[in-house]
Ligand binder design. Sequence first.
Ligand code: PXL
Length: 274
Amino acid sequence: MIKIATIAGSDASGGAGLEADLKTFEEYGMYGMAAVTLIAAMDSRHEWAHKVFPVAEDALRAQLETVFRGVGVDTVKSGMLGTFYAVELAAEYLDAWHIRNYVLDPVMICKGAEALNPELNVVIAEKLLPLAELVTPNLFEAAQLAGMREVASIEQMREAARIIAGKGARNVFIKGGSKLHEIEAGTPKALDLLYDGRDFHLIEDELFDTAWTHGAGCTVSAAAAAGIARGLSVHDAVLSAKRFITESLRRSFALNRWVGPGNPSGWRAGHLFR
Ligand code: PXL
């Protein structure tokens, strides 16, 4: 059994964060573990406003001990870290246990929430990018990591990817998705870019006209980690992750009037019924 772990926040509504990661690992047939960095809860009486409760440093360290020493793990993904000590602990354990298959999803904010620590981006870039086999920023996160004012075109995605790779990540996958489509008017596809330090691969996929995309970023990053855990090249892992998220979003649904996630088992329905 392939063992894979996420170091991430819990999304009580179940669509993003470590819940999305674990569901994705399950679909890829792997044994998933989680070290919780923070707990996010949402208030239905206040427009689904997010509230974030960090997990104490000693509690996070104890979980990392469980995962890395107690069980052992081949591949690790990180999501929302939220505090300086979470970034430092993640770096400490990834480094000490020589984890090569590390996928960094540099989650900086979730919709409707205040960033816990906006300055965290600098520490994430400094401590975690050099450890990452793959980093998976969205357009906003790519601009932050690259120190650019904005990333709003394919050319700027290329530039950001080059800068981020220069800071130590071995592969950079910038999730333009539906956002880049809006910017590059007339493009009927979701657009993402993979940079392996040498070549750029523009990845186009089906675009859905839906607001129910909660957790898509977490999911695509977890799916890429699962592919890498399975032994795929980063390029093939990303292509698999794109297929996975496309089938998930094809069957996305509303949880309430504010939020709707993809369906992580969507690819199975597609397999059976199309
Ligand atoms: O989608 C980003 C995200 C990541 N992690 C947690 C979240 C969210 C968004 O809600 O709650 C824990």
